[in-house]
Design a binder for this molecule. Structure first.
Ligand code: AHG
Ligand code: MN
Ligand code: MN
Ligand code: MN
Length: 324
């Protein structure tokens, strides 16, 4: 089985970009190790702190964030990092070319129940036009040069794109390396599976309420087929299922909290996952616009997310067109 670096070399990925990706994976191996140790490592449970997102931080949110940040900045190949767990960007080498935005631990509510979690990353280049500080990160998803996630499940897996399709690698603990296990990931166009947190249904907008209501009517409803629902409460794990066997994943806007109608973050979650899903032939939208075309105005910006099997996303978007 092939190791990651020779595969990236064959794809002519620039050497410094390979180093940045490899550094993220070194941090991921350490996170994977700590997750495997569970209670034995003394890192389960919450801190007393709240992050900029208004969420109570788990100890592993903080540990993972520090590991990734420190390792990336030590490479001298990174100009700055932006993280779900940091209020502001953290600057590195002023002459470096790369910017990394990341969600150090996705699905943190699963940590204490030994459920699947992940790390999501998005790599951008420093823009040509003069930009300083946070503004450097305010680029559309189309400008990403690489994106991926590491899923810490029964095995640790990496899904990665550098714009030449999506490959998956599995961490071989015996050699400490990610080995190529799926060469060209393709999301089937049609599906009978969807992923959504149904408990929020009373807060959704009309198009999503109507679309999901029709799905769960099964054969008797307008869709005339039975749909199954899956929800792991970790975007990495739910989107991994979509990449493996199709499906529609959505975290739509809702009216629980007027100030924050959307949950998922554009830079750390929606854009990198969209890059993977589109590179695997799927489709990604807010319901009204393609996610990777959005111009961010803030590093912590949130968006409504609908992604997955292209024909199914299309059906969901029709509801948004027809229903005000
Ligand atoms: P994070 O743990 O990085 O804050 O992200 C959590 C997100 C995402 O992983 C998942 O899809 C969603 O929150 C789960 O939300 P519910 O609590 O509504 O299930
Ligand atoms: Mn969080
Ligand atoms: Mn997340
Ligand atoms: Mn997180």
């Amino acid at each position: 089985m092939q190791r990651l670096i020779p595969v990236l070399n064959k794809d002519h990925v620039p050497l410094h970009l390979i180093s940045v990706i490899n550094t993220l994976l070194t941090a991921a191996k350490e996170i994977s190790h700590r997750l495997h140790q569970g209670s034995l490592a003394g890192t389960l449970g919450s801190t007393l702190d709240e992050n900029i997102q208004g969420e109570t931080q788990k100890k592993l949110d903080v540990v993972s964030n520090q590991l990734i940040k420190n390792m990336l900045l030590e490479t001298n190949l990174v100009r700055a990092v932006a993280s779900e767990e940091e209020d502001d960007i953290v600057e590195g080498n002023p002459d470096a070319k790369y910017l990394v935005a990341y969600d150090p631990l996705d699905g943190s509510s699963n940590i204490d129940i030994n459920g699947s979690v992940g790390t999501i990353f998005s790599i951008l280049e420093v823009p040509d036009h003069p930009a300083e500080g946070k503004d450097m990160f305010l680029q559309t998803g189309d400008e990403q040069v690489a994106a991926g996630y590491i899923l810490y499940g029964p095995s640790a897996m990496l899904a990665l794109t550098t714009g030449q399709g999506v490959r998956m690698y599995t961490l071989d603990h015996t050699v400490g390396e990610f080995l190529l296990t799926v060469d060209q990931v393709k999301v089937p166009k049609d599906t009978r599976e969807f992923a959504i947190n149904m408990s929020n249904s009373r807060f959704w907008n009309k198009p999503i309420q109507s679309y999901i209501a029709d799905l769960i009517q099964g054969e008797e409803g307008p869709r005339k087929k039975r749909f199954n629902m899956r929800w792991n409460a970790a975007m990495v794990s739910d989107v991994h299922r979509v990449l493996c066997r199709g499906g529609l994943f959505t975290y739509p806007a809702d009216c629980r909290n007027k100030k924050k109608p959307c949950k998922l973050r554009l830079l750390y979650e929606a854009n990198p996952m969209s890059y993977l899903v589109e590179q695997a032939g799927g489709r990604c939208s807010t319901g009204y616009e393609r996610i990777m075309s959005l111009q961010p105005t803030d590093i912590h910006e949130r968006v409504s997310v609908i992604m997955g099997s292209s024909n199914e996303v299309e059906v969901c978007l029709d509801y948004h067109k027809k229903i005000p």
